[in-house]
Design a protein. Structure first.
Length: 172
């Protein structure tokens, strides 16, 4: 399972690393993808403030979404930054892009949390301490009844059209 991460096209990362605050005028124009969830908006806004105030960049925030933003960054090098990015849905492609030098993973935005995964309710975990893995949960379909057929177990996915829907479907 992977945490949220910060993505930058490699060319932009190299250029930004050479800019000292005294040379801020050389920063130029920077585009930051703002994904459709609240924490990504906050992260993009923080990055905008830092780049504008600290480096004198002219920053534009553009609409973003997980798969289209990754494709655009990987193929076209734009936007310049995705401040918050859930990478599990593009793991193999991201590894290729990083290994080939097209993209740089700048940092984990929340290094001590925000892990993607499959979760069970605490009351079920407390009542069934033997459930510690997906395989353990699959042995107890009666604890996770499907709405349309309670005799079968169900996996409840994340909201439709979110990247985690792809990850969950693939893992399932």
């Amino acid at each position: 399972m992977t945490m949220k991460t910060f993505l930058i096209p490699a060319v932009f990362a190299a250029a930004l690393s050479t800019i000292a605050p005294a040379e801020a005028a050389e920063c130029g124009t920077v585009s930051i993808a703002e994904m459709k969830w609240a924490s990504a908006g906050i992260a993009a806004s923080f990055d905008k403030i830092i780049l504008e105030k600290g480096y004198g960049c002219s920053v534009t925030i553009v609409d973003g979404d997980t798969l289209p933003t990754f494709a655009s960054m990987n193929e076209k090098g734009t936007p310049d930054i995705a401040s918050e990015y859930w990478i599990n849905s593009v793991r193999a492609l991201l590894d290729q892009a990083v290994n080939s030098g097209r993209l740089v993973q700048g940092a984990e935005i929340l290094a001590d949390g925000a892990v993607e995964g499959w979760w069970i309710p605490k009351f079920i975990a407390d009542a069934h301490p033997d459930i510690r893995s997906v395989e353990d949960a699959l042995r107890h379909p009666e604890l996770f009844p499907a709405e349309d057929d309670p005799s079968k177990g169900a996996v409840y996915n994340c909201p439709a059209d979110w990247s985690c829907q792809i990850s969950t479907t693939n893992l399932f």
